[in-house]
Write a protein that binds this ligand. Structure first.
Ligand SMILES: Nc1nc2c(ncn2[C@@H]2O[C@H](COP(=O)(O)OP(=O)(O)OP(=O)(O)O)[C@@H](O)[C@H]2O)c(=O)[nH]1
Ligand SMILES: [Mg+2]
Length: 457
């Protein structure tokens, strides 16, 4: 892959008042363009690579705009793999903006979003999963999400997924050699032996999927819908978890009309809480559209809390709602535990043995930590948080597809459908991982197949 040759620049720091702002350039003429707008002490030349030097930033007329620091990274030992220069101006953005404009007059163009990282990928400095994790680091909203992105950037996802890909490649090529050149007398793998290898790979892919799912959850946050009948205390629970009076609470049923979304962080994990309108036969058109939004939220969230007023007996309508939650990750929450109970956790367990259930009081705050722990354990295995890998939804999709292809291959072998069927499913799984890592070259497979033959054949 050839490197793009034009030189790009952008302000790398955030907009607004700050101590410094950094203008970053990358491309063949980065040093030349930077040299044209900078004047070093005593008329010195552009500084040697990786040494930070004081300079004056000048405008077209040679007037000094700012005193800056500049550093040069010579290709290929730079972030992008090209010549890179960073100019550290004083903050606010005016000096950096003027610097950028001077550079544009010297033929440098404004970088597209993510273009420095894209160049790093095109120049082979990092692979696609690492590139995507850079965005993960930038977008992280919690400490755990940041750690997951850093693990991916340091290559954990690439080496894990890359290792599985190697194993798939090896398995596929050993099958294809046997299929294409039966006269070679190469050992034909028994179904049992093959099944063993495929099952091991399936376990590794399941592990990869778990780690990636946790990573995605860490980045996007766990979306938790607070649902239930009117007046059970959904908005009160939202406020209690946020420790602020965000949603309106009244003794009147039907108070909340719209969906209200707020975030908290628990144990380093972002949790997105969504308060909704109570479910009942709507009294008016506004309430009806609020309820329609609640139903959409029920589908969309990762976890659904079904709140009940524990001080009131259950009615039939309530029971029919609980039925609807069977296929979703959910927790039944008995609120108002500070009042005399009319429903107990055992009542719920008898009705719906599969449902996790707990009691709390939004008024006193008792049981809130238990609820947050329950949300975490429902969505992430214990210990999995430390192993989470930052991925995008695209990458997670590739891992899922790879896993389902391998599961299909396992069934095909177990059902005696033949090794060619297994080989093509294994190839499909391998392609998914290659798309995940940004490798697509199928020459690798040919090399691997023919490297098994003796010389001269
Ligand atoms: N004693 C007690 N009262 C509570 C508790 N939680 C909520 N309430 C009261 O229950 C009433 C309804 O609370 P909301 O939080 O507005 O209930 P909601 O489920 O959001 O109701 P809608 O928005 O109408 O669907 C209010 O009077 C609250 O003060 C609790 O834990 N204990
Ligand atoms: Mg409400």
């Amino acid at each position: 892959m050839g490197a793009p040759s034009d030189t790009i620049a952008a302000i790398a720091t955030a907009w607004g008042e700050a101590g410094i702002a950094i203008v970053r350039l990358s491309g063949a003429s980065a040093a030349e363009a930077a040299g044209a707008v900078l004047r070093f002490g005593g008329g010195a030349e552009f500084p040697p690579p990786r040494v930070m030097c004081l300079a004056s930033l000048t405008d077209e007329g040679g007037r000094v705009i700012d005193r800056v620091l500049a550093v040069y990274f010579r290709a290929p030992r730079s972030y992008t793999g090209e010549d890179v220069v960073e100019i550290h101006t004083h903050g606010g953005t005016l000096a950096a903006q003027l610097c950028l404009e001077s550079l544009f007059r010297r033929g440098v163009r404004l970088a597209d979003p993510g273009e420095f990282t894209k160049r790093a990928f095109l120049n082979g400095r990092i692979d696609l999963s690492q590139s995507e994790s850079v965005l993960g680091i930038i977008r992280s909203r919690s400490a755990e999400a940041l750690r997951a992105a850093a693990r991916t950037l340091s290559g954990e996802l690439s080496s894990f997924a890359g290792g599985i890909r190697e194993d798939l490649l090896e398995l596929q090529s050993s099958l294809e050699v046997g299929l294409d050149f039966p006269e070679e007398g190469l050992p034909y793998r028994s179904a049992e032996d093959l099944l063993g290898s495929v099952s091991t790979l399936k376990l590794s892919l399941e592990d990869l999927l778990d780690r990636c799912s946790v990573g995605l959850l860490l980045r996007e946050g766990i979306r938790v819908a607070l649902t239930g009948r009117p007046n059970v205390g959904k908005s009160s629970l939202l406020n209690a978890l946020l420790k602020q009076s965000r949603a309106i609470v009244t003794a009147l049923p039907g108070t909340t009309r719209d969906v209200i979304e707020e975030s908290i962080t628990y144990r380093g994990v972002p949790i997105r809480l969504v308060d909704t309108a109570g479910l009942r036969s709507p009294a008016d058109e506004i309430e009806a559209s609020g309820i329609a939004r609640t139903r959409a939220e029920l589908k969309r969230s990762d976890v659904c809390l079904w709140l009940l007023d524990g001080s009131l007996p259950l009615d039939d309508e309530e029971l029919s709602y609980i039925e609807q939650l069977r296929d979703k990750d959910h927790i039944v929450v008995l609120n108002k535990a500070d009042l005399t109970p009319a429903v107990t956790e055992d009542t719920i367990r008898a009705l719906s043995p599969e449902s996790p259930v707990l009691s709390l009081s939004s008024k006193t705050g008792s049981g809130l930590d238990l609820l947050k722990d329950a949300i975490l354990s429902l969505t992430t295995d214990s210990g999995a948080l430390d192993a989470g890998l930052n991925v995008t939804a695209r990458q997670l999709g590739e891992v899922r597809d790879a896993l389902s292809a391998i599961a299909e291959a396992e069934t095909a072998i177990a059902d005696g459908l033949g090794q060619d069927a297994a080989a093509s499913l294994i190839a499909a799984a391998r392609l998914c991982l290659e798309r995940l890592l940004g490798l697509r070259c199928d020459d690798a497979l040919l090399d691997s197949v023919f490297s098994r033959f003796c010389v001269g054949k």
